[in-house]
Design a binder for this molecule. Structure first.
Ligand SMILES: [Zn+2]
Length: 315
């Protein structure tokens, strides 16, 4: 390029840079204006909301203050918000702007009301086997697939009843028995239900559903019987009742725990049924009913225990 061209180009580049700088400055300035406007309307909104209807706390505080700055509004929000309410009350008390004890009293009342609200029960559903542990099988029908399908159906129905459900697995993955039990023990579990399929080499005639609980575990025994009694609407399904047997996931579980053997893959009819989605759905439905009834029983038992604990002792 010629020297003249070079100079022209340099000047052009220089102008371009300047324009970019101006454009940036203008955008920053406009951004600041927008933020200021938003903050202004935000303050008006917060003021109207709390002044209008909300609380004794904000009213008394605003009244005491006359005007509000951003930080004080934050304190009001802290008091109204659930999480940092105590901190908010303390801040107010320290500031001496309002009666700290009074505020704390009100916050305390709110917290008590919340803790009195009933916590939804937590049920751990354990789909037996998974990954390279297929469990038992007959031809292409594998236990791990049936258990996962039924477990997911139970999960869906329990969640529709607002029960908090934890699945030990919701994919086809391997999970050691210890890990399954750990999941139950590390959560505040109210009931643990493991689902499996049976197999009996001695005879393909043997069929039916049964439920296991750990030895000397009275509360789990009650659960097992409640669940077995709920299995009544599936035609041809033999109810083999509840039985005592120490399986790892029931024995080392802190929560009431049962293991359901939903049927025998060694029985051709039952095997075909268990692989069928509609049949899985009906088993899942009956098990869900049993689980819900068991939760009621467990809640009643807990109620009885707490009543006993609060009775005056010694006559
Ligand atoms: Zn199994």
């Amino acid at each position: 390029m010629t020297r003249a061209e070079y100079i022209r180009r340099t000047q052009y580049n220089h102008r371009k840079k300047k324009m970019v700088v101006y454009a940036t400055r203008i955008s920053v300035a406009m951004g600041a204006v927008v933020l200021a406007v938003l903050a202004f309307f935000g303050c008006i909104y917060v003021h109207d909301t709390f002044w209008g209807e909300e609380s004794v706390i904000s009213n008394s505080m605003l009244a005491a203050n006359g005007d509000q700055t951003g930080s004080e509004i934050k304190e009001i929000q802290a008091v109204l918000g659930n999480e940092e309410s105590y901190m908010g009350a303390q801040m107010l008390a320290q500031n001496g702007q309002t009666d700290g004890a009074g505020v704390r009293g009100e916050v305390g009342a709110v917290e008590n009301a919340e803790s009195n609200e009933q916590k939804m029960p937590t049920v751990v559903i354990d789909a037996g086997h998974g990954g390279n542990d297929g469990g038992t099988y007959s031809g292409k029908i594998i236990e791990k697939d049936i258990t996962l399908a039924v477990a997911k159906k139970i999960q869906k129905m329990l969640e529709e009843q607002e029960i908090n459900v934890i699945m030990t697995r919701d994919t086809d993955k391997y999970l050691a028995l210890k890990e399954r039990t750990k999941i139950s023990n590390e959560n505040d579990t109210d009931l643990f239900v493991s689902v499996h399929c049976n197999y009996y080499e001695g005879s393909s005639e043997v069929k039916g559903i049964e439920c296991y609980y750990a030895e000397d575990d009275e509360i789990s025994e009650k659960v097992a019987w409640i669940i077995m009694k709920s299995i009544d609407g599936i035609s041809g399904l033999r109810n083999r009742g509840a039985k005592e047997e120490d399986y790892f996931v029931t024995e080392y579980n802190d929560a009431p725990a049962v293991l359901v053997e939903m049927g025998f893959l060694s029985n051709p009819t039952e095997c075909k049924n268990l692989a069928d989605s509609d049949y899985q759905q009906s088993i899942a439905k009956e098990l869900t009913e049993g689980i819900l009834k068991s939760l009621e029983m467990l809640a009643e038992e807990a109620e009885k225990t707490s009543q006993k604990a609060s009775e005056p002792s010694g006559k």
